[in-house]
Design a protein around this ligand. Sequence first.
Ligand code: NAG
Length: 964
Amino acid sequence: MRAFSSLLLLAILPTSLAVKSQDFKTCSQAGFCRRGRALSARAQESQSWRSPYSVDPSSIAVSPEQASFVAAVKSSLYPDVKFSLDVRVHDDGVVRVRMDEVDGLRKRYDEAASWALIAEPTISPDVKWAVGKKELRATYGPKKDIEVVVSYDPLTVTLYRGGKPQVVLNGRGLLHMEHFRTKAASEEKAPVEAPAEDSQVVMQVNNRAWFEGEEEDGFWEEKFGSWTDSKPKGPESLFIDITFPKHGHVYGIPQHATNLDLPTTTGDDAHFSDPYRLFNADVFEYNADSPMSLYGSIPFMHAHSTESTVAIFNAVASESWIDIGHSSATSTETHWMSESGILDVFIMPGPTPTDVFAQYSRLTGAPALPAHWALAYHQCRWNYISSDDVREVQKRFDEEDMPVDVFWLDIEYAEEHKYFIWDKKTFPDPVDMSHDVEAIGRKMVVIIDPHLKRTEDYPVYKEAKDLDVLVKTPGGENNYEGWCWSGSSAWIDFFNPGSWDWWTSLFKTEPGETWSWTESTVDTYIWNDMNEPSIFNGPEISMPRDNIHHGGWEHRDVHNINGMLLHNLTAQAVMMRTDPPRRPFVLTRSFYAGSQRFGAMWTGDNLGTWEHMTAGVKMVLANNVGGFSFAGSDVGGFFGNPEPEMLVRWYGVGIFSPFFRAHAHIDTKRREPYLLDEPYKSILRSFLRLRYSLLPVWYTAFRETSVTGLPVLRPHWVMFPKDEGGFSLDDQYFVGSSGLLVKPITQKGVTETSVYLPEDQVYYDYFTYEAYRGAPKGKSVTVPAALDKVPFLIRGGSIVPTRERPRRSSVLMKHDPFTLRVALDTKGTAKGELYLDDGETFSHRDGKFIWREFVAGKQNKGLLIRSTDLAAQKPGEAVNGVALPTYNGANEFANDMATVRVERVVVFGLSAKPKSVQGGGKELHWEYTPGVASNTKKQGTASVLVIKDPGVGVSSDWEIVVQV
Ligand SMILES: *[C@@H]1O[C@H](CO)[C@@H](O)[C@H](O)[C@H]1NC(C)=O
């Protein structure tokens, strides 16, 4: 009861909830992680280590379509235990390797992939396994240079390209699937002998000590703090080593606060002593450099070198730890340790980052195309305390001419934290308030968490209980009760299909048969927090692992997927409120592979420190390469009161994040951008306007990611995979394919910074037209970075469309004219694209959009700038791979855009003053300011040609001819 009452106090005084790292396990406190690392240590010490797992060649059954096979696997440790192996090659060359225990005492959890994948992948029609004496081989690929080899004894799976191994499973012999056993049988085992150094013999006998260790470490029960995990199923962990020969860098496996180029956890110079942990957890005041787990988990890892990129997706839903080391300077060894589940590894053969992103998004889905307004500025705080508070904040933004699109409400809107139920003392008129916000196209976002206050007068709890869709305690009889914001709470089990229709019906704004949210509007969108799940009095602030979900699965089996289901169902619910449906917006804190299909994420409760600002940039990049681009960190830092300089820099980070939201803890001082003194206030206004002016760039980048899976934020190794100098960069990045290169400043007192230019190309300062040269290849240049500037360059060769009329919300910009910045490369050419649609429905899937390409090229001695229809050139690639037979340039949306003009074309780096500039056969208005030409090696201000009102539309074909 003591713990209980102090937790009660914590719930009342949330600021004191600051959690120390001792609230979370280290590897040495997790039985299976200890076992996994001990196994690896034994392997390292032994000269003659050999995996006990082998394929029984007589059991191999190649499927009729030839690209997959199954085979029996056994371990010499436990000859009576049966495993099955299933290896298949997909039509895009991805290899899936599955292994499970067969006819065991119980069944291992095998559904992780089914939640993560968009569909069952298609098996290649062209691949044939050749069954040999020692191995199976399959050769494929457009150049027939990819080969997968499955060796029988010991069992290994190797992906070769060009005759060289790229990915090796079990090459170090650490594969181990702990079979189900009974406690009694386990205790009967023969006494263990110490392993003899060179002995195959010892390895063959039925003596598990050399492999599994001498003790049953944490097999049957585990304690952590005051919690006991009853572990009724006993040991069932899964270990697999995955080596990437000749790939010196690995990226991905979000979410961790550390470098993008993942530092090592093993070896003499290991950066971290613990492995990277994937176990979704609510870690308050997390460390800014740590392998500790955070709110989400994506077990997707890229391995990269100048020659090749490959990747793996390890579809496991239980807690996992990953060791990373280098066997040599240029090869990476990883070791994956998971608490439960089958082996289900997808090997992506690359060979480029672009290929890997395509391969991964074919598996788990490309990110959803967000609503256009969702890319604008979001204003949040814990809490806007009343309807009038919301109205007042909106009024102040308008008075100060600061654009904002979305106002957010944290948990205090809800009476006693009963989500959906307004606290009428402070929000007496929620629908009127929402309509006030929505008047100029703005939106509301309101929080809905997955814990339900256990009181009968809360209809949502009552209905969930009556439907019997709550998570159960061990044994599966009773509903689990834990402590969260709403006090004593129950948790909806979204693994239970019985909860799905019910959950989506709650969000209907019309009355229905069951309770529905009639005190809401269809412009109110949702924020899902605490969905790891976070439970104040649970082990590691989460749910007991022996709790029971639908189908009898333990919480440990499904933990990392738990948060994604709420996100998925809530996004569906929001979409289903209107007919025709509108694109949903749902922010989630917890996530898994596949969450990119459902909305946005943020990096949780960061601190208002420079370290956290820096870490946030890396974490958002890691999320982008983890396939989940719609990411951001709380601008300003969740905890603390940032000084004005820090707040300004934080907005500099935010305007260049895919998801841009300011948020603050309940105990912080108000810090809405209009509250700052000058000059800070004006700087923030200009930053917000910069974000709004670049919305066409962001939206176009999101269209691309929604089709190709290529991230919205692109670190250097993705853009320039052969330039080793950029492989570890994680403080500067490109925005989509736009050619915009950003380096947000995340340190105090900075006036200039160095920016790495990867190539022999000209880069122009977006604001001053200063031209920098990365010659001959890979060079750092010094760029001004005073407080009112975010270092921001346009790569020569890019055309960037913007909208520069200051407006109060993005919806008001719908018919605003465009500016095109044409940044000529060293050859005097440039190109860029623009995608636009109605920004909120799915009518783009019926071909209602415009997709333009702008190209500038040499003509005689001058320049020809053209606008052409890209959609007509690339039918079927438009959005989400949906073929678009109905697309035509005169579609409804294009008609709506017909009068939208290009009001200005700005050309950087023209080599000489034009003699004339013509469009539609007429001389246009233009101004030319000479500078240092782009194709010289000199640094200096580039020449600028400004063409005013060239009389061309944004959605039509046109040409502008510049004669020099
Ligand atoms: C989640 O989303 C996908 C669409 O991406 C859908 O097919 C699936 O049924 C959804 N539901 C659950 C419970 O995961």
